[in-house]
Design a protein around this ligand. Structure first.
Ligand SMILES: [Zn+2]
Length: 617
C-alpha cells in the first residue's frame, strides 16, 4: 500500500515538475523510485515564476554533493502519508523564495512528518506568508523550529534586513563547514576584497529556546538574531537558516548553501552520498599566475628551491605576450620568445593554463572598461592559447582572468568555445569548485569554476605582505588550516599566488619557508593517502565524471543497497555511509576506509556498474 501510494506520488510529482516548466529535470528523477532514500526539495507552485531559479541553485549544489534529490510541490507532498515519506525521504528542505507562501494545513503534515522521524530545514522566508500572500502573525513553522522568521506585525519592513554573520564559537563554525580564512578573529564571515560581509537575513527571533542550539547569529542594530539553528522535534530535527541560501548561490556566493547543506544532510542527518573528490580523498589546488617578465629568473629560483615539485602537480597560468601595459613596452613574459626557456623548464611539473589574453594589464584594463568586446577578447585569448600550446605541446584547458576581471556573460561562451574546462574565480569566495551561477542561472555545464581561497580580505602572498603585512607564522597557520580543512571535509580548495610574491617582499615578511614547509606536509599527507595535490584540469574532469554517475540508495530491510552506474567507468568514484547505521561493506574491487562517522567506500575497478549491499547495525 505504502509503495503504491509512493509510486503514484512520484508520477504526479514528475508531471507537475514538467508542467511548471522547471529547467532542471535530470538524472536524479530517472533513478528515483519510492524505496529510494532521497532528499526532498519542496516548493509552492505559486512562487515558481519569481523564484524558480532558487530551486535550480539548490539542486545544482545537491548534485555536486552526490545527494539524491527530488523536487516536489507542496500539493503532492501534502497528499502523501507523512510517516511513509519520513522513511524514504527523511530530509525535507523548504528553500528560500519558493516556500514563502504555504498552506496553513501543511503545519499538521510537518508535525506528523517530524513525529515519524523526518527532519526539516526551513530557509529564510519559508512559510512566512499564507497561501493568499498575507504575512502570517506567526508562521506555523516557528512552532517546530523554535524560531519565528518574520514577525511582520511587529517589524514591518525591518522583517528583512542585512547583517554580519557571527558563529557562536570555533566549534560551531567548523561544524558548519566554514574554511579557515573566511572568518575574522571574532568569528564573523569575511570575503576576499571586502573584509566582514553583510548578508541579507530575516528579522528572526527565538520564540521557544527549549533545546535550541544556535550555531550562528546575525548582528543587527536591534540585537543578535538567530541565523543558524537546530533542535530536536518529535523524532527528527528542525533547523532554521535566516540567509537566503539559494538566492546567494544563484548570484555567485556558493559557500553558505554548500557548507550548510553539508552540515545539515551529512553531519546532522548522516545521509549517504557520493563524494565529489577522487578516491574519496580531498585535495588542494595551487594556482600560480604569471603576469610579466619579472617572473623569468624567479621561475628558476623556484625550481632550484623546490617550490614546484614532481608528485605535487600545480596549475601555472601564463599571460604569454611580449608586452604588459601597452603594445611595445616589452615587459610581458614573452612565452614564445625570451621567456620560452623558463616555461619549458616549468612545464613538465605543471599544468599550463592561460592567464587571460596576451598583455596582462592591457587585457584587464580594456575588458574592465568595456572598451573590448567579444572579438577583441577572442583575438587576445587565441594568441595566448596558440603561443602556450605551441611551447608545451599540450592543449590549454585552464583559465584565469588577469586582475580577476571576468565578466561572466562575456567570458563564459568564449571559454567554452576555446575548449577550456575550468577557470580561477573570485566569486563563490572560499567555496569548492562548482558550476557557478550568475544572475540566477548556471553559467555553464562544461566549465568548472575554482573559487579562490582567501585569508580574510586578501588571497595572494603578495596581498598578504603588502596589505595587512601578515606575519609569516599566520600565513603558515592558514596554509596548514586549508590542508586540514580539505582533508577532514574531503573537499577541494584552490589557493593562488604569483611566484615573485615569495621572492620580492619587505622586511621579514618572507613566506617562502612557510610555503616550502607546507609542501613538505602535503607530501607526507599524500604518502599517507590523506590528501592530494591536484590541478584544476584533473579535478574538473573528475567532477564531471562524478556528476554523470547515476546512483540509488535503496532501503532494504535494515540495510542499504547502493547501485551505481556510469558509462564513463566508476574507478575512483566513492561514496560515504554513516558508520553508526551500517556495517562496513566489502566486496571485490572495493576499498572501505572508516574514519570519523563515515565508511568511505572507494571503487577501485574500472567497471560501469556496481551494486553494494550494506548491512545495517
Ligand atoms: Zn595576473
Amino acid at each position: 500500500m505504502r509503495r503504491t501510494v509512493m509510486i503514484v506520488l512520484v508520477v504526479i510529482g514528475c508531471l507537475l515538475v514538467a508542467w511548471h516548466g522547471l529547467r532542471t529535470v535530470d538524472r536524479t528523477d530517472r533513478v528515483a523510485d519510492r524505496t529510494d532514500l532521497r532528499v526532498l526539495l519542496a516548493y509552492a507552485p505559486s512562487m515558481l515564476d519569481e523564484y524558480g531559479y532558487v530551486l535550480d541553485a539548490w539542486r545544482s549544489v545537491m548534485e555536486e554533493e552526490g545527494v539524491a534529490v527530488e523536487v516536489l510541490d507542496m500539493y503532492t507532498l501534502q497528499d502523501a502519508d507523512p510517516s511513509a515519506v519520513a522513511v524514504s525521504a527523511p530530509a525535507l528542505i523548504l528553500p528560500d523564495g519558493v516556500c514563502r507562501s504555504l498552506f496553513s494545513s501543511f503545519g499538521p503534515w510537518v508535525e506528523s512528518y517530524l513525529q515519524a522521524g523526518g527532519s526539516i530545514l526551513a530557509v529564510h522566508d519559508a512559510g512566512v506568508r499564507s497561501q493568499k500572500g498575507a504575512y502570517l502573525p506567526r508562521s506555523w513553522l516557528a512552532g517546530v523550529t523554535g524560531v519565528l522568521a518574520v514577525d511582520y506585525n511587529d517589524l514591518g519592513d525591518a522583517s528583512f534586513t542585512t547583517a554580519a554573520i557571527r558563529f557562536e564559537d570555533a566549534a560551531a563554525a567548523e561544524l558548519c563547514g566554514i574554511p579557515p580564512g573566511k572568518l575574522d578573529e571574532t568569528l564573523h564571515l569575511t570575503g576576499y576584497g571586502y573584509g566582514r560581509l553583510e548578508y541579507p537575513v530575516t528579522g528572526s527571533r527565538v520564540i521557544d529556546s527549549y533545546g535550541l542550539n544556535v550555531l550562528a547569529w546575525a548582528e543587527t542594530p536591534a540585537g543578535d538574531l538567530p541565523a543558524v539553528t537546530v533542535r530536536r522535534h518529535g523524532e527528527g530535527l528542525a533547523g532554521y537558516v535566516s540567509l537566503p541560501l539559494g538566492h546567494l548561490k544563484a548570484h555567485a556566493d556558493d559557500l553558505p548553501l554548500r557548507s550548510l547543506l553539508r552540515w545539515w544532510l551529512f553531519d546532522e542527518l548522516g545521509l549517504p552520498h557520493l563524494l565529489n573528490v577522487e578516491n574519496g580523498v580531498g585535495a588542494v589546488v595551487f594556482n600560480w599566475h604569471i603576469d610579466s617578465n619579472s617572473e623569468w629568473t624567479v621561475i628558476d629560483s623556484m625550481l632550484r628551491d623546490g617550490l614546484v615539485r614532481e608528485g605535487l602537480p600545480t596549475s601555472v597560468h601564463v599571460c604569454a605576450g611580449a608586452d604588459l601595459n601597452e603594445p611595445g613596452d616589452a615587459m610581458g613574459f614573452d612565452a614564445g620568445g625570451r621567456g620560452r626557456g623558463y616555461l619549458e623548464r616549468l612545464a613538465p611539473l605543471a599544468e599550463i593554463g592561460s592567464h587571460g589574453g596576451w598583455s596582462h594589464n592591457l587585457f584587464a584594463r580594456e575588458v574592465a572598461s568595456g572598451r573590448w568586446g567579444e572579438s577583441e577578447v577572442r583575438d587576445a585569448l587565441r594568441r595566448n592559447i596558440e603561443c602556450l600550446s605551441g611551447v608545451v605541446s599540450r592543449p590549454i584547458v585552464e583559465y584565469s582572468a588577469p586582475a580577476g576581471v571576468h565578466p561572466p556573460q562575456l567570458m563564459t561562451g568564449i571559454l567554452e568555445d576555446f575548449g577550456f574546462t575550468s577557470y580561477y574565480f573570485t566569486g563563490d569566495g572560499g567555496s569548492a569548485p562548482n558550476r557557478s551561477f550568475a544572475d540566477g542561472a548556471m553559467l555553464s555545464t562544461e566549465l568548472i569554476a575554482f573559487p579562490v581561497m582567501p585569508l580574510r580580505d586578501v588571497a595572494s602572498f603578495g596581498e598578504m605582505e603588502s596589505g595587512p603585512g601578515l606575519a609569516a607564522a599566520e600565513v603558515a597557520d592558514w596554509l596548514q588550516g586549508v590542508s586540514d580543512f580539505c582533508e577532514h571535509q574531503r573537499t577541494v580548495r584552490l589557493v593562488y599566488s604569483h611566484p615573485y610574491n615569495l621572492y620580492q617582499y619587505h622586511g621579514d615578511l618572507n613566506y617562502r619557508p612557510a610555503f616550502s614547509a607546507w609542501l613538505d606536509d602535503l607530501e607526507r599527507r599524500r604518502d599517507a593517502g590523506l590528501l592530494s595535490m591536484t590541478t584544476m584540469k584533473d579535478h574538473a574532469a573528475f567532477l564531471q565524471r562524478m556528476l554523470n554517475v547515476e546512483f540509488r540508495w535503496v532501503r532494504d530491510r535494515g540495510g542499504l543497497r547502493v547501485e551505481l552506474h556510469s558509462e564513463e567507468g566508476l574507478a575512483g568514484i566513492s561514496f560515504a555511509l554513516p558508520a553508526a547505521r551500517y556495517q562496513p561493506p566489502s566486496g571485490e574491487g572495493l576499498r572501505t576506509v572508516t574514519s570519523d562517522a563515515w565508511h568511505v567506500v572507494v571503487i577501485e575497478d574500472e567497471t560501469v556498474d556496481v551494486v553494494v549491499d550494506c548491512r545495517g547495525r
